[in-house]
Structures are given as structure tokens and as C-alpha cells.
Ligand binder design. Structure first.
Ligand SMILES: Cc1ncc(COP(=O)(O)O)c(C=O)c1O
Length: 377
């Protein structure tokens, strides 16, 4: 047998890791300025994370949702307190795309509608409705077609208002900050406008915080900069620091009924332990404030780079747009400067998503590497 070759891969295989560093098969160290795809929130092999996971494995790793699982309630309490949504309800699943599918089901079960309003350049995952809502025709196959998707330009009030006024739209889905699209922020004013229009028309507002959540932008969720409260919030990636876990937060007025949602693995003991470990480290190491401070430092230092056309983002979710394609630059950063960075659907934009406990010295290491690559183009 062989692997189904769907991923373009770099010629570097990390086999061990610590904090923001990964080590390859030749003992070469690399700075992980990509957080392993926005997943590594508290750093690789954090001691508290290892302790929590080992301790859980020594007791029980899995039992199905047909029995009480106390650690799920430990997680809903801690998460509610840390993200300031104490009155919301938590449903646990295993990935970002799964969180999105469940968010759509919740919205549709309440208002009985089927149309989904989404935005240009959005990315919501690769499963059925999630990929239909994603703005990338290359990822959509005939089985994914048939979903009733309305796509608007980010920030276009009139277009959104016109569609919502029909009262046929089930939900609006928007990323806290567009990630795959190239780190594109919505204005606070646009998010507040969406909240108001959704409330007025019985439409659900879903905030996709799969990439921008769990402290990455310096607030627990990126949309919290705007002060709005969505109806459903999706989470994954940094939530488990590498252990597959996703979830949705559901507004208190939405009532569950038995069988409404379900999953075999979602909310298993190990996944909850991983997520609790992330929350405990975010809190004890004050990582949301650290992300704000380190993000501000990084942006300030980057702003002196003449070659960068635009810097976008918040906290440690940063996009650097250049006047040319960045594929070659990213290769040089990796193979010559030993730094992992992220791509985006915008070929001119590099995505920076380091672990939230990245140090100033590590940021300087990245800045030196970037300078070398820009100077020796
Ligand atoms: C904003 C957003 N939503 C959803 C997803 C899908 O998450 P997953 O790959 O865990 O299914 C992603 C993945 O990149 C994402 O960035």
C-alpha cells in the first residue's frame, strides 16, 4: 500500500520538537513560525501538556458519549470562564470542518432555513457543506454541489442586507480573521452590522474561529475585538495543541434535543485533557497578553522592511503581503534560514502563526532570516 498523495510536501521531516523549535532527521533545528498549520498554540511538547496527557492515559483515554464523562464538564467550565461565554453551551467534535458542519446543522434546526451566506476568499474546511461554503472551486466536486450558497464581498453592507431581507438565509458564516485567504480582517463595524442584520431577520451568525481562536489574536476569539456575540462559534486547531479536537459554542437560547448532534470520538477523555492543558497554560503563562505584545513587536519591526507591501492581522496571526509571489521566498526561509512559514490562497502573502509563547529572541531570529532572504533575492 502507499499513501494517497494529496499533499505537496517540503523535503524536511521533523522528528522531534520543543517549544517553537522542530528538529529534522539530520539534527537540523528549524523555527516553527507556522505553528504546524496554526495548531501549536502553547508550543511543542509543553511539560504541562505532556503531564496532563500522560496522567489521563494512565486512567482512561476513551469511552463513548453514552456514559458520564466528568472531564467534559471540567472543560466546559474552564473554557466558558476563559473565553467569557459562561452562558453558552459546548458541543465537542474532532476537527474544524466537523465543527462547521455541526454549526450549520444547529442554525438550520432552529430556523428551518437552508441558505448559507458566506464571503469571498473564505475557507471553512473540506467536508460537504464546509467546502461548499469555502471560496475555492478546485476543492468542490459534484457531490459537494447543490448546497445553497450565497457569496458576498467582505464589507459589502448592501449586498448582505438585500439577501438577509428575504428571510430565507439560514446563517451567515464569517471567519474572525480570514486565515487561508491571506489574513484578511473584517472591520468591527462590519461585524456589528452583521450582528444587527442577523438579529433583525432571524438569521444565525456563525463566527468561524477555527484558526483565529484560542488566544491567537490576543483575545480569546478574534471577533471579541468588535464586542459582538455570535449565535454559534466554531473552534479547532489551537484548541488541542496537536491532539485532534474541535467544538462549537452555542448560544444559551438554542435548545438541544436528544440526537440533534452526535459523534463517536468527540469529547473523548484525551481530547478534553489536551484542551484543558492548553487553557491552563494560556492562563498560567498569560499567553493572550503575550501574543498581543509579541505581535505588536513583530509588526513594529516588520514595518521597517521596505519590501513588504502590507502587514495585516492581530496578535500572532499575521500576514505579510509582497509585490510578488512568495513561494520562492518561503523555500529560502525554510532551506537556507531554517524557518517554517505558511502560505495562503493569495500567492503574494506569507502567513505567520507561531506558537503563542514565542520569545522576542525567536522573533528576532525570524526577522534576521527574512532580512537575509530579502537582501539576497
Ligand atoms: C477558518 C477555518 N475553518 C475551518 C477549517 C477546517 O479545519 P480542519 O482542517 O480541522 O477541518 C480551517 C482549516 O484551515 C480554517 O482555517
Amino acid at each position: 500500500m502507499s499513501m494517497f498523495p494529496v499533499y505537496p510536501v517540503f523535503d524536511v521531516e521533523p522528528i522531534s520538537a520543543e517549544g517553537a523549535w522542530v528538529m529534522d532527521t539530520n539534527g537540523q533545528q528549524y523555527l516553527d513560525f507556522y505553528g504546524g498549520h496554526a495548531v501549536i498554540s502553547i508550543g511543542h511538547r509543553h511539560p504541562h501538556y505532556i503531564m496532563r496527557m500522560k496522567d489521563q492515559m494512565d486512567r482512561i483515554s476513551f469511552y463513548s458519549n453514552s456514559v458520564p464523562i466528568a472531564i467534559q464538564h471540567e472543560l466546559d467550565k474552564k473554557l466558558g470562564q476563559m473565553c467569557c461565554y459562561l452562558d453558552f453551551q459546548l458541543f465537542l467534535c474532532n476537527s474544524g470542518a466537523e465543527a462547521i458542519e455541526n454549526a450549520f446543522k444547529v442554525a438550520s434546526s432552529v430556523n428551518g432555513r437552508s441558505k448559507i451566506l458566506t464571503f469571498n476568499k473564505a475557507f471553512h474546511g473540506r467536508t460537504s457543506l464546509a467546502v461548499a461554503a469555502t471560496d475555492n472551486p478546485k476543492l468542490v466536486f459534484p457531490v459537494n454541489e447543490g448546497a445553497e450558497i450565497i457569496r458576498c464581498e467582505l464589507g459589502n453592507h448592501e449586498d448582505v442586507a438585500e439577501h438577509l431581507a428575504t428571510k430565507e438565509v439560514c446563517c451567515v458564516i464569517i471567519e474572525g480573521i480570514q486565515g487561508v485567504g491571506g489574513i484578511v480582517e473584517s472591520s468591527d463595524e462590519f461585524l456589528r452590522f452583521l450582528r444587527k442584520e442577523c438579529t433583525n431577520t432571524g438569521t444565525h451568525l456563525i463566527l468561524d474561529e477555527v484558526q483565529s481562536g484560542f488566544g491567537r489574536t490576543g483575545y480569546f476569539f478574534a471577533h471579541q475585538y468588535s464586542g459582538i456575540r455570535p449565535d454559534v462559534i466554531t473552534m479547532a486547531k489551537g484548541m488541542g495543541n496537536g491532539f485532534p479536537v474541535g467544538g462549537i459554542l452555542i448560544a444559551p437560547e438554542i435548545e438541544a434535543f436528544p440526537g440533534m448532534l452526535g459523534t463517536t470520538y468527540g469529547g473523548n477523555h484525551l481530547a478534553c485533557a489536551a484542551s484543558l492543558a492548553v487553557l491552563e497554560v494560556l492562563e498560567s503563562e498569560n499567553l493572550m497578553q503575550h501574543a498581543q505584545e509579541m505581535g505588536a513587536y513583530l509588526i513594529e519591526r516588520l514595518s521597517t522592511h521596505m519590501a513588504i507591501k502590507e502587514i495585516r492581522g492581530k496578535g500572532l496571526m499575521i500576514g505579510l503581503e509582497f509585490s510578488e509571489h512568495v513561494a520562492e521566498m518561503r523555500k529560502k526561509l525554510l532551506y537556507e534560514q531554517f524557518i517554517f512559514t505558511g502560505s495562503s490562497s493569495n500567492p503574494n502573502t506569507i502567513r505567520l502563526l507561531p506558537p503563542l509563547n514565542i520569545t522576542q529572541a525567536q522573533i528576532d531570529y525570524f526577522l534576521d532570516g527574512l532580512k537575509q532572504v530579502i537582501q539576497h533575492k
